[in-house]
Design a protein around this ligand. Structure first.
Ligand code: SAH
Length: 246
């Protein structure tokens, strides 16, 4: 048995296209003995792992099969303690609205060496691949990325939706498909102009990427009619009116 402790590398894989994985992320993946991946990671890259590497699906499918975060943390620590080089292969960037920081803490509390390889966040790449810049001179000087896993009417939301409605910048909502109607209506109710351009980008960077454009008032019905499912992100603001791909 290997008595030397291994390590955990939290690898941000980008939003799904293997081309958006960083060189450092690819190197870590190639060197890994164990890879814990989920459905948001660029799965096509798993073929890059070495022969005999153990690949473990720890996905959290919305409304589907779930791996508890505690279980993921436990597996990371257990494999590293057994001497393995462990990669936690995630979609986007590990520290943007994911639970990568909890995984980091679980490792460091257990005395397991841990490091992070940043990834291209879907929050930025998704709009970009849909032809929407997050900032644009004269239109928007800032962007805010928020979690839509609970909407503005939910007591568990810590987002300042009142402020967001008046930001004059760009709003990017992740994990917001289920509560899209509540989020859009909530922003309008708080003062955002109902004609503000808005788009939803589903499966960004994947072969079946889809983009729907409308306004903050019309987007929820457009998305529902089109049957949009996660993973998808919403971008709201004047920059959506630019449509560079047009
Ligand atoms: N850390 C990740 C985000 C994790 S939260 C990142 O930086 O991208 C999960 C949410 O990310 C999804 O609900 C969805 O809103 C968004 N997301 C991840 N991959 C996506 C993709 N390929 N296309 C659109 N949205 C995506």
């Amino acid at each position: 048995m290997n008595t030397e402790i291994g390590e955990v590398v939290l690898v941000g894989g980008g939003p799904g296209d293997p081309d958006l994985l960083t060189v450092g992320g690819l190197r870590a993946l190639r060197e890994a003995d164990v890879v814990l991946y989920d459905h948001l990671a660029p799965l096509a890259c798993l073929t890059e792992t070495k022969a005999g590497a153990e690949l473990v699906d720890v996905g959290k499918i919305p409304g589907g099969r779930q791996t508890a975060q505690d279980e993921i943390n436990r597996l990371l620590v257990e494999h590293a303690r057994a001497g393995a080089k462990v990669v936690r292969f995630k979609g986007g960037d590990p520290f943007v609205l994911g639970r990568g920081s909890e995984e980091w803490l679980a490792c460091s509390e257990a005395g397991v060496p841990v490091r992070v390889v940043p990834g291209v966040s879907s929050a930025i790449a998704g709009p970009e691949l849909a032809g929407v810049p997050l900032t644009h001179r004269g239109l928007s000087q800032d962007f805010t990325v928020v979690s839509g896993h609970v909407g503005p009417d939910h007591p568990a939301s810590t987002v300042n939706w009142d402020a967001l409605a008046h930001t004059h910048g760009t709003i990017v909502v992740l994990m917001g498909v289920a509560h899209l109607a509540e989020i859009c209506a909530g922003l309008v109710a708080r003062g955002l102009a109902s004609g503000t351009p808005a788009a939803i980008v589903a499966k960004a960077a994947l072969p079946d990427q889809r983009v729907l454009r409308g306004t903050v008032a019309s987007l929820p019905a457009l998305a529902a009619d089109a049957g949009v499912e996660p993973p998808a992100l919403t971008v709201i603001g004047a920059v959506v009116g630019l449509d560079l791909l047009g």
